[in-house]
Design a protein around this ligand. Structure first.
Ligand SMILES: *Cc1c(COP(=O)(O)O)cnc(C)c1O
Length: 479
């Protein structure tokens, strides 16, 4: 076998014996059920991956013994590898972070009405671009435009891929090659490297910063207006809050100033809620309707933040300006698909009845959820796991704070309840990693050596699944 010349790196005799003891590919294949539905190429590549990792372990001097290279130990490893390859990459998780609008976990969950609509439009033909009254080609935007206008009082509306796209499209339409005046306190980074100054330079608009970081006055805007000015822009600083000696110019004041100079005013509202959330004890955010009533020419916001719908960028405003934006060829590159439209229309229609909206739209329901309901869920989970986990893990209920997330309402902790876990035989970090790597991953957060599972963002029907995940993780360890 080893006819190669010996060199300094030649493995020891013991290592070579172990290497020779690794079963051959065909042996592995012989252990598997030949009637299995797993495609042969997947099996072979999983076997090769396992062989290679064994070889590497042995060469690195891992303390393996021949018993580690038998069917009894290797077959379960192979099956595990196969299972992970057959699993979809994109799958559901349990959100125990308590962050309601979690950008990494898919932001808003769609209400049932929206899912029904998605299913219908996805599996059947639709009037996506057909005007059923005239029989002529229609516009996909008209499917949600009237609903948006009725809900907010806007004259016209348009929907694109997301709010970042909406901001780019508006700036490209109204301010390309010209100047846009923005307060220094509003030059924000949203995350994912979306920064207002950079977006602006991409569209060819020139940024004119006014005021100081903490204070901007109406006179600052007025002094910066020149013949080159195309737009006054207000950015809702939704992901951070300035406190102390601060002042901002109100939208109403900006609108009055702009009117005197015959300029349009735009607001990037970010979250864009349609309801006043202060009744749930959250800070007062301007609603889209209020912004429209204040006389803004164009406002943009996300579909999947506080609105609770699918990813989308909504652009609302004066008819003349929206028409201009609709005519921008860039619009075609940023257009939304039929699924987004179906989901969005269904969500928007729920807003015609506010009580219905709060009950049916998961994002709103989770924000408005009474502590007593969260507490019941936490107790239910503890009941389901308490006895079984007692020998291996401390399980307690803790009062904690959930976050709204999605760059919405910072500094707005919502009182919540968590099931807190402190494993006895491993570190809390190991537990966190184990839960994250399950077939149904569970995400929580670590605080003071406890893994917290905030029950605000765990749905009722997920509680038994979560209990099973927790049992699974501790069983695996005990084997
Ligand atoms: C979130 C946010 C954006 C980006 O919106 P997406 O829908 O994520 O593209 C832009 N501006 C503000 C103020 C935001 O809060």
């Amino acid at each position: 076998m080893s006819t190669k010349t010996e060199s300094a790196g030649t493995p020891s005799a013991a290592t070579q014996r172990l290497l020779r003891a690794i079963p051959k590919v065909d042996e592995f294949l012989g252990w598997l059920d030949p009637s299995s539905a797993v495609p042969a190429f997947l099996v072979k590549s999983a076997v090769r991956q396992l062989l290679e990792s064994l070889r590497q372990d042995i060469l690195k001097g891992a303390p393996l013994v021949p018993a580690d290279l038998t069917q009894k130990t290797l077959l379960p490893r192979l099956c595990q590898l196969l299972a992970s390859r057959l699993r979809p990459n994109f799958r559901t998780v349990i959100n125990g972070t308590g962050v309601v609008i979690h950008t990494n976990l898919g932001r808003s969950l769609l209400p049932e009405a929206a899912m029904t609509s998605l299913l219908a439009v996805g599996s059947r033909y639709s009037n996506l671009e057909l005007d059923l009254t005239t029989g002529k080609r229609g516009s996909r935007y008209s499917l949600v435009e009237d609903v948006l206008c009725e809900l907010t009082g806007a004259e016209a509306a348009l929907v694109v891929n997301n709010n970042a796209a909406a901001v780019m499209l508006v700036l490209d339409t109204l301010a390309k090659g010209r100047e846009v005046i923005v307060s220094r306190g509003q030059l924000v980074e949203i995350g994912g490297s979306f920064r207002i100054p950079e977006v602006m330079s991409r569209t060819g608009a020139r940024l004119v910063e006014v005021g100081a970081t903490n204070r901007t006055h109406l006179g600052d805007y007025e002094g910066a207006i020149t013949e080159e000015t195309a737009l006054l822009l207000k950015v809702h600083t939704s992901n951070y809050r300035m406190i102390g000696f601060t002042s901002e110019v109100s939208l109403g004041e900006l609108v009055t100033l702009a009117a005197r100079h015959n300029l349009p005013v735009m607001e990037d509202l970010g979250s864009g809620c349609l309801l006043d959330l202060s009744r749930f004890g959250l800070a007062k955010e301007p609603t889209v309707g209020e912004v429209i009533r204040a006389g803004v020419d164009v406002v943009t916001f996300s579909g999947d933040k506080l609105l609770g719908g699918p990813q989308a960028g909504l652009i609302l405003g004066k008819k003349k300006i929206i028409e201009q934006i609709k005519a921008n060829p860039m619009n075609r590159a940023l257009r939304i698909d039929k699924f987004t439209l179906a989901g969005l229309e269904a969500v928007l229609r729920l807003y015609f009845d506010e009580q219905k909206a709060i009950a049916a739209i998961p994002t709103l329901a989770m924000l408005a959820m009474p502590l007593a309901v969260i507490d019941q869920r936490a107790k239910r989970l503890r009941r389901l796991i308490g006895k079984e986990l007692a020998p291996v893990c401390r399980v307690e209920l803790k009062t904690i704070a959930s976050m709204v997330g999605g760059g919405s309402l910072p500094e707005q902790p919502l009182p919540s309840r968590a099931v807190a876990l402190a494993p006895l035989e491993r570190s809390v970090n190991e537990l966190e990693r184990g839960l994250r790597e399950l077939a149904l991953p569970v995400l929580g957060r670590i605080e003071d050596d406890w893994l917290l599972l905030d029950m605000r963002t765990v749905a009722d029907q997920e509680v038994p699944l979560l209990a099973n995940c927790l049992k699974e993780i501790f069983e695996a360890k005990n084997k």
